[in-house]
Ligand binder design. Structure first.
Ligand SMILES: [Zn+2]
Length: 352
């Protein structure tokens, strides 16, 4: 099992290990679960395990494992949403891509034992693409294994889902992520911080450990979250407009910003509730305590809820400008800002 090198989700890894050693894996899998918990890595590991030349696959050391890891192995293919060259259009996995897959999988493996086709994110297949794929799925060639990776597997057509073996992946405990990071050479203090900021997503933690820019983005997001609380309504609406424009260019980046805001204000509520030991943003404890003191707890709780709703709305393709305007109306107000005074209503501050 060590060969899989996946942080958390031992049940999923056990099921896949058993499938590989049985010699008769399912023809098609759905790896279901939240973003960045290890589904795509597990798909790659399964492809490695099915083609590895060592006794205990996947070894991650043989030529085959190495080349699959570098996406240079002819029989392992990932089908994904093709990058938009320009414009705001939200792209999908198109029917032409699935027709290409159908043609490729008809051929025997070129250099390995199994052809593995990973479709990620599978939920982005158009209905037409899914129906085209269904034909392949109904009579898959014996040398092929499909892996559909999806954070919203229930969006897949029932006819597709029913032909796949579903493997569930879940969020991973901070302690497991922390251990996984220190195993891979991250120093203890950084591993403690990243594992808490990861909110159960080892994929984010690993990327943040390797990419300092990711933590810099998080710092930017947190500074923006704090600044909003000091702003009057016109500035917040400006911020909503900018964010909506950014969303059209890069949905994931805006979702990430909102996730950082959610983590921040949840830490503020925890601190206001006397549970400051449980905060995630360990390196900014003083600022969290300051915000806990200067913001109203009911407003903060409402905003945390609003952030959750907004992320859901944006995923469901609600108009981003409308969703973000609504969000900005619910940012906690610091006493003394225009909104803070407006919301205080008829309560008059006493003159000096
Ligand atoms: Zn190997």
């Amino acid at each position: 099992m060590a060969g899989w090198r996946i942080i958390g989700n031992p049940r999923a890894v056990d099921a896949l290990t058993a499938a590989v050693s049985s010699g008769s894996p399912a023809r098609s899998y759905i790896f279901a679960g939240p973003e960045r918990v290890g589904k795509a890595t597990a798909a790659l590991r399964l492809a490695q395990a099915l083609n590895c030349t060592a006794d205990a696959p996947p070894c991650l050391a043989c030529e085959t494992c190495r080349r699959i890891g570098e996406a240079k192995f002819a029989d392992v293919q990932t089908v994904t949403v093709e990058a938009a060259t320009e414009g705001p259009a939200h792209k999908v996995i198109a029917v032409e891509q699935m027709r290409d897959v159908e043609a490729t999988v008809a051929l025997a493996p070129y250099e390995g034992r199994k052809r593995v086709v990973i479709i990620d994110p599978a939920g982005e297949m158009s209905d037409v693409a899914q129906n085209a794929f269904l034909k392949t799925l109904e009579e898959p060639p014996p040398h092929v294994v499909f892996v559909l990776v999806s954070a919203d597997a229930d969006r897949l057509l029932e006819t597709v889902r029913s032909r796949c073996r579903r493997i569930e992946f879940g969020l991973v405990a901070a302690g497991e992520i922390e251990a996984g990071l220190t195993d891979r050479g991250t120093d203890a203090e950084r591993a403690a911080l990243l594992s808490r900021l990861a909110a159960g997503r080892p994929g984010w933690a690993l990327e943040a450990a390797a990419t300092p820019a990711l933590l810099a983005k998080r710092d930017e997001a947190l500074d923006a979250a704090r600044a909003l609380a000091d702003m009057g309504l016109p500035d917040r609406i400006d911020a909503a407009e900018k964010m909506s424009d950014a969303f059209k260019r890069n949905r994931a980046a805006v979702d990430e910003t909102l996730a950082h805001w959610l983590g921040w204000w949840r830490d503020v509520v925890l601190t206001q509730s006397g549970a400051g030991d449980a905060i995630a943003n360990l390196d900014r404890r003083d600022q969290i305590v300051a915000d806990a003191e200067r913001c109203d707890r009911a407003q903060v709780i409402d905003f945390v809820e609003s952030l959750r709703e907004t992320r859901g709305h944006l995923r469901a393709n609600v108009q981003s400008r409308i969703a973000l305007d609504a969000l900005m109306l619910r940012v906690p107000s610091v006493q003394g800002t225009a909104i803070g005074r407006a919301q205080a209503g008829s309560v008059h501050s006493s003159p000096d």
